[in-house]
Design a binder for this molecule. Structure first.
Ligand SMILES: [Zn+2]
Length: 461
């Protein structure tokens, strides 16, 4: 029963000035209280064993290169690569030379070994299409490289030819176009191979040019599937992906074609020999519509970005917009998830999906909503908030009731209730994003800001 997975929205969306004031105050209060609680749990054991990842939010990484298994276990979110990237970002770049000798070099060597392992895997490449997803694999490694690239490449070590110069130079090589190109090509190559197998298995031309598997299953969502992998490819500098754009756009078009009749996506690529619609009642970032909304918003934004030629046709663009609108309606109505408030399969993931769409769809609807006829009283400025941002803010506000919903048994407590991807830390990020946009409404946003996934536009600019 789809109704079992989400809680019906129990307040009206904010419209009037006083509604928006209440949303802002409630979100601010919830953020203040819960950030404190998240901070209190940092480093604490919760009976679940070690948590060496960004996903579950504890920092006790095993940064020895021998701990790298293969190219399929190198992600930012779920492996020590993420911790290494955070350490590399933070220390030498603020000129702390004392730090250079120990942890920083260890982290750099860890990532260098990651690149080597990816290349070794490719040399032994067979008929493989596995290990490219975001949560553990190559697309997650690509995110780590992109995350670091803009911090490291802008720094210098003083120019005196000293040790810091040398170390930063070695980092630049790690994060060079050439390295990114290798990882991107590895992902594309496996996607082409996966598509070949898919076509072979189902004997039809109605298949995408790129598709990947994870543990032999062809997932479509953000965590393990095509949406997440394509998102990371599109996050690369355009010169690196330009030659692959026809395949990327066609694959997105295929994803749009397999959207189900209610506006969601199935967890896996459909069996083309079956006539079933493959409908899915999971509407969460890891499986279902939210990651697709972020992907569609990204490609649509790229299509109006100067210097970027996506090759998307007018018809495709229209299809993508309609698909995005249908997906948004579904995510808004089913976004208050019973699984909790985290990014992966909780409310925060729904909020970021609507924020991504807001950057595209609200742009178009902004003028008409402002020009709508109204009463004789002057329109308060808060009514200028456009519909998709309003939906995102409404969901974020509903999440401020998470404590009472959990107390009543309507919302479940995740295994790691304070973590970034399962728990409250992710919701705190989403609340902060909502508050930021309430205060900076005239800014255009280059990404949704979802940490570890769709925040590179924020980091770059
Ligand atoms: Zn999940």
């Amino acid at each position: 029963m789809p109704g079992q997975r989400y809680i019906r929205l129990f307040t009206e969306p904010p419209k009037r000035n006083c509604n928006w004031e209440k949303v802002e105050k409630d979100v601010e209060d919830a953020l203040r209280q819960n950030v404190q609680k998240v901070q209190q749990t940092m480093g604490a054991r919760d009976g679940q064993g070690k948590r060496e990842s960004i996903y579950l939010g504890d920092v006790e990484a095993s940064l020895t290169p021998r701990n790298i298994r293969d190219g399929a276990h190198l992600s930012f979110l779920e492996t020590p690569v993420g911790i290494a990237a955070l350490v590399l970002k933070k220390y030498p770049l603020v000129g702390n030379r004392a730090f250079v000798d120990a942890p920083w070099q260890k982290c750099r060597d860890f990532l260098l070994r990651g690149v080597e392992v990816t290349m070794e895997d490719d040399r032994n490449f067979g008929e493989d299409d596995d290990g490219c997803e975001v949560l553990y694999g190559r697309a997650g490694f690509l995110y780590a490289l992109l995350f670091l690239r803009n911090f490291v490449c802008q720094k210098d070590g003083g120019g005196d030819g000293g040790k810091l110069d040398e170390d930063i130079k070695s980092c630049r090589e790690l994060l060079s176009d050439a390295t990114l190109q290798k990882v991107v090509h590895s992902i594309i190559r496996r996607g082409r191979n996966g598509a070949k197998t898919y076509r072979f298995e189902f004997g039809t031309a109605k298949s995408p040019p790129l598709i990947w598997a994870w543990h032999t299953k062809r997932y479509l969502g953000g965590a393990h599937g095509a949406a997440g992998i394509l998102q990371m490819l599109l996050s690369c500098p355009f010169s690196i992906i330009s030659s692959y754009m026809p395949e990327i756009v066609q694959t997105i078009d295929w994803l749009v074609c397999v959207q189900d009749r209610v506006g969601n996506w199935s967890t896996r690529a459909p069996d083309l020999n079956q006539s079933t619609s493959g409908e899915n009642d999971l509407v969460q970032w890891c499986h279902g519509a939210p990651a697709m909304l972020i992907l569609l918003s990204t490609i649509l934004r790229m299509s109006v970005t100067p210097g970027v030629t996506t090759g998307m046709t007018e018809k495709q663009q229209e299809r993508f917009v309609v698909s995005l609108q249908r997906g948004c309606a579904h995510v808004y109505m089913r976004g208050l998830l019973r699984k909790g408030v985290g990014l992966c399969h909780g409310v925060a993931g729904s909020v970021y999906a609507l924020l991504a769409a807001s950057g595209i769809l609200d742009e178009a609807s902004h003028t008409s909503s402002n020009d709508a006829p109204d009463s004789t009283t002057p329109k308060p400025p808060q009514e200028r908030f456009a519909p998709y941002f309003t939906q995102a803010a409404h969901l974020a506000h509903q999440a401020t009731f998470a404590g009472s919903l959990t107390g009543k048994g309507e919302m479940k407590t995740p295994d790691h209730p304070w973590s970034l991807y399962e728990g409250m830390a992710g919701m705190c990020c989403a609340w902060q994003e909502i508050l930021y946009r309430l205060k900076h409404r005239d800014r255009s946003f280059l990404c949704s800001g979802m940490p570890g996934y769709d925040d590179l536009g924020r980091l770059v600019h």
